[in-house]
Write a new protein. Structure first.
Length: 368
């Protein structure tokens, strides 16, 4: 069976994990936290980075920082629940926006045309692509969900650095992983102390550690945002091989794109990277011609020993999402959720396996 996803490991992964165990430095803010943090600041250009135990924690931290209770977050329905949960848990409001057909990223024009007062833009950079951030008024409050998007650049600027805050994920389903983990990219240092206060269970522990106060106290509502340095050891072994991982994924992505070129004439579509100056090639998907065709293709591939997957159920169609009042029409989100098929793409995928995937997708469309 060709697996849908296999996380990367390197010889250094075991070396770094054993180093943590040997030195018995398991907590947060350890050696590999600092190495990963420094790497991410330099690579993304963010002014500061806080590594967390999940992207969900980073999102919740971002929305608590901006006091979203006074705002309405405009976001795609075609995303993971964490994006919406983070708004609602901080007493904010949500209005759904549709995505673009060509890349399934949020429709920025719909945001710009919205008459909603005190609005926040929450773009979700989807798959291997960037949202078109050049259309965004940079004076707006922007929280970027870049969970899938380490290594993605728009106009040579790393996504997650256009707004006040951006979020990355290092969950083991992502192409760069820590087992579990996330990061908050901070581009407005005015609230750095407050961010650390929330991250440290609502205490000013970081000020105490910096010698700025004599003792630390409970000063705000917060949560435990940290992670073990074992996770950051895994993460750093990935980060130092980031460009190797991206290049291997790019090779597979381009093979798929070249081989499936003729399928576009049949009405099959793929993600456009037109708004992306550099991609991480984290995913490759097919949009089938109809929702009825999608399960047929997935079953065909499975019968051939290939695992493929669909993706999100639109949040507005979920039991929780139906509780949110919205007048938005989301035809592209509806259609994409019914038609998307994601194919295997990861560095350990062998050339023979890539060829097998290609041949069996083409074979399906030759027969259908």
């Amino acid at each position: 069976m060709i697996e849908f996803n296999v996380p990367s490991n390197f010889p250094s992964t075991e070396t770094y994990v054993l180093d943590v165990i040997k030195n018995k430095k398991y907590g947060d803010f350890g050696k590999y936290y600092n190495l990963s943090n420094d790497f991410l600041k330099e690579y993304t250009g963010a002014k500061e980075v806080i590594l967390t135990h999940s992207a969900t924690a980073a999102l919740e931290l971002a929305f608590q920082l901006i006091e979203v209770k006074n705002h309405t977050a405009l976001m795609p329905s075609y995303t993971f629940s964490s994006t919406a949960n983070s708004v609602l848990k901080n007493n904010g409001k949500i209005e759904w926006l549709d995505v673009n057909e060509e890349d399934l990223c949020i429709n920025i024009d719909a945001y710009n045309n919205s008459k909603i007062q005190n609005k926040i833009l929450v773009p979700v950079h989807y798959g291997s692509a960037s949202c078109d951030m050049t259309k965004v008024n940079q004076n707006q409050i922007i929280i970027e969900d870049a969970a899938q998007s380490l290594g993605v650049f728009h106009n040579n600027q790393h996504v997650g650095t256009f707004g006040k805050y951006g979020v990355l994920s290092f969950h083991n389903t992502k192409f760069i992983h820590a087992g579990f983990g996330g990061a908050l990219l901070i581009n407005d240092l005015e609230y750095l102390d407050k961010a650390m206060e929330i991250f440290n269970r609502g205490t000013n522990r970081h000020l105490f550690q910096q010698g700025r106060v004599n003792k630390y106290n409970w000063t705000n509502l917060g949560f435990s945002g940290g992670n073990s340095d074992i996770n950051f050891a895994i993460l750093f072994s990935q980060l130092e091989n980031l460009e190797i991982i991206i290049q291997k994924r790019k090779n597979i992505y381009e093979q798929y794109l070249k081989s499936f070129k003729e399928l576009k004439n049949l009405g099959v579509n793929f993600q456009s990277l037109e708004n992306t100056s550099k991609s991480n090639y984290s995913s490759f998907y097919i949009l089938t011609r109809s929702k009825e065709e999608r399960p047929m293709l997935i079953k065909h591939l499975l019968d051939c020993g290939i695992s493929s997957q669909f993706h999100y159920v639109n949040l507005h169609n979920s039991p929780m999402g139906k509780k949110i009042k919205s007048n938005s029409l989301l035809p592209i989100s509806e259609s994409a959720a019914d038609r998307i098929v994601r194919l295997p793409i990861y560095p350990d995928l062998k050339d023979t396996e890539v060829t097998k995937v290609i041949n069996n997708v083409i074979n399906f469309y030759e027969k259908n």
